[in-house]
Design a protein around this ligand. Structure first.
Ligand SMILES: Nc1nc2c(ncn2[C@@H]2O[C@H](COP(=O)(O)OP(=O)(O)OP(=O)(O)O)[C@@H](O)[C@H]2O)c(=O)[nH]1
Ligand SMILES: [Mg+2]
Length: 331
């Protein structure tokens, strides 16, 4: 059953009043693409208050455990915390999906905590539209902090920084001989570095190495944010209050100047691109739009058509379809 725009609008109101089930239903409606443009507009119009925090890092580095600990810490500070956990579709570190649920399980009775797991299946790398949509719904329904845990592989790892206000990069001791285990691209996106599993003996060397690397790449400048390096033990909770402090300092720093507007602009660009890309791919995969797709492919194979011209042809068909449907669903 496709919910009506009025019913969905009611869900937004009830979610904003703290009804967790309403927020959950709204995410489902948006995720399953049963919410029309008017609902998406209404959600977006109400979303601009949450502190969006991205957490990334290698598989098994302890992201989920850390998110649970951070959420617990933020609850003691009276903040309503929502978590979007993007589960690897094929678990790399083993049983992550169930593990996440169990670890988060302790929070489920607290109406000030919301946890949503989503699959990364079907996403061609990077941050999915479903993630972007869930963040918007959670923001619109009044969650003060929205934490997104990404899969620690591929594009999503780096792209998370484009949809978050503050990005935490989690590394762990002993992943390799030295800190080279942290990919270069990840160094730059971190607003806060966390070396988790600080309870391990080699952890302090990892912190030292990381600080050394950052000193080499530090941008400098008075109004620049300098990413702190924090040690945590997500299991014992050690260092987690300092992480919460660093994140709120970063949020304050953003708000103290033009940085927030710049970040909001970057987030808007990432959202537009993610949605546009997903929308184009979705329509390109629909034979109703692309008709003789295989015939076009064959023409490219036989050099009758260049892939450029084929792409232009398909895109023009898809944009015709987009124009028609947007026109008809603009209720
Ligand atoms: N010793 C120690 N173990 C930890 C710590 N934090 C997490 N772990 C363990 O590390 C393993 C992986 O933790 P997760 O929280 O699932 O890691 P993750 O990064 O979310 O993993 P994926 O989502 O699968 O990439 C679990 O067995 C945790 O108990 C820590 O601070 N110290
Ligand atoms: Mg995890």
């Amino acid at each position: 059953v496709t919910p009506s725009t009025a019913a969905l609008s009611d869900l937004i109101d009830r979610g904003a009043q703290g009804e967790v089930a309403a927020t959950s239903q709204l995410i489902t409606a948006v995720e399953s693409r049963t919410a029309g443009m008017a609902t998406l507009d209404a959600i977006y119009a109400r979303s601009c208050h949450a502190h969006i925090i991205g957490i990334t890092g290698a598989p098994g580095s302890g992201k989920s455990t850390l998110v649970a600990a951070l959420a617990r810490e933020l609850r003691t500070r009276d903040m309503r915390v929502a978590v979007v956990a993007v589960d690897p579709s094929s678990s790399i570190s083993g049983g992550a999906i169930l593990g996440d649920r169990i670890r988060m399980g302790e929070h489920t009775l607290d109406p000030g905590i919301f946890v949503r797991s989503m699959s990364s299946r079907g996403v061609l790398g990077g941050v999915s539209r479903a993630t972007v949509d869930a963040v918007a719904v959670l923001d619109a329904t009044g969650w003060a902090v929205v934490i997104v845990e990404t899969v620690g592989v591929g594009q999503a790892e780096v792209e998370i920084a484009q949809i978050a206000h503050s990005t935490v990069v989690v590394s762990v001791p002993g992943l390799g001989d030295d800190i080279q285990a942290i990919k270069a691209g990840l160094l730059e996106i971190a607003d806060v570095h966390v070396v988790n599993k600080i309870d391990r003996p080699d952890a302090h060397k990892t912190i030292k190495d990381l600080l050394g690397m950052l000193r080499l790449s530090e941008p400098g400048g008075d109004d620049q944010w300098s990413a702190p390096v924090l040690g945590t033990s997500a299991v014992s909770g050690e260092g987690v209050p300092a992480l919460a402090d660093a994140l709120s300092r970063h949020r304050e720093w953003l708000g103290s100047s033009d940085h927030l507007r710049q970040r909001e602009r970057a987030i808007a660009i990432a959202r537009i691109r993610t949605i546009a890309k997903a929308s184009i791919l979705e329509r390109l995969q629909d034979p109703a739009n692309t008709g003789d797709f295989l015939a076009i492919v064959d023409q490219v194979v036989s050099r009758a058509l260049s892939p450029y011209r084929a792409a232009a042809l398909l895109l023009s068909r898809v944009s015709d379809v987009v124009a028609q449907t947007e026109g008809s669903t603009h209720d």
